[in-house]
Design a protein around this ligand. Structure first.
Ligand code: 5GP
Length: 192
């Protein structure tokens, strides 16, 4: 997606060898028009599927997921990383190792928001090693729901996530695909 690649080029910051900081428009401050354009793009990519629900993980997946939900006209459920007084029983849970925080978190979704009739589109902000998506897939399995596809805002193709999901036969569509970081610059898969 050209508009997103431009935004990453102009506002993204490469940190170390493998992390991209995009807190200007996605991970802290949010650009609603860009989010809406992403929602439209996810709709274009998955419109042939029968989607009844969109699943994501708090917090950075929520903005693009809600925009997609608006266009698909389906509810959006985000897995929560912390249990609370209001979220402690009747949960599906999975353990996810966080690439950026280097710790394992338990993610949870209330059983009342996912069931065997659901056809699910997963949306997340980044695909690195695929742990967040895998956790959501475990939850979808536990609910006997059907996974229809995975939509990613920014994929880093040099990490293991894409291969992991390809091996499981999942349709993965990413709006920007990063091949490498070179001298602090982002190189996209479709760069010449
Ligand atoms: P994975 O589970 O695929 O290893 O990592 C995906 C999760 O880690 C995303 O939900 C995102 O929050 C975070 N993440 C992975 N790589 C990056 C990155 O380069 N930049 C930022 N800001 N977050 C990332």
């Amino acid at each position: 997606m050209q508009q997103l690649e431009e935004k990453i080029r102009t506002e993204g910051q490469v940190l170390g060898d493998d992390v991209l900081k995009v807190d200007n428009f996605l991970n802290h401050q949010i650009d609603p028009e860009l989010m809406y354009a992403m929602g439209q793009e996810f709709y274009r990519l998955f419109q042939s599927k029968k989607i009844t629900k969109i699943l994501t993980v708090e917090s950075s997946g929520i903005a693009p997921a809600v925009m997609a939900g608006l266009i698909f006209k389906v509810p959006v459920v985000f897995a929560r990383k912390h249990k609370s007084l209001t979220l402690k029983d009747n949960l599906y849970t999975a353990t996810v190792y966080s690439f950026t925080k280097k710790v394992s978190n338990e993610i949870s979704i209330s059983k009342k928001f996912l069931d065997a009739d659901d056809h699910v589109l997963i949306i997340d902000d980044f695909l690195a090693n695929g742990q967040a998506v895998q956790g959501l897939m475990e939850i979808i399995d536990a609910a006997n729901a059907t996974l229809e596809g995975v939509g990613i805002v920014i994929e880093k193709t040099f990490q293991k996530g894409r291969q992991l999901l390809d091996e499981k036969g999942v349709q993965v569509e990413s709006l920007a695909r990063i091949k490498a970081f070179e001298n602090g610059q982002v190189v996209f898969v479709d760069d010449k």
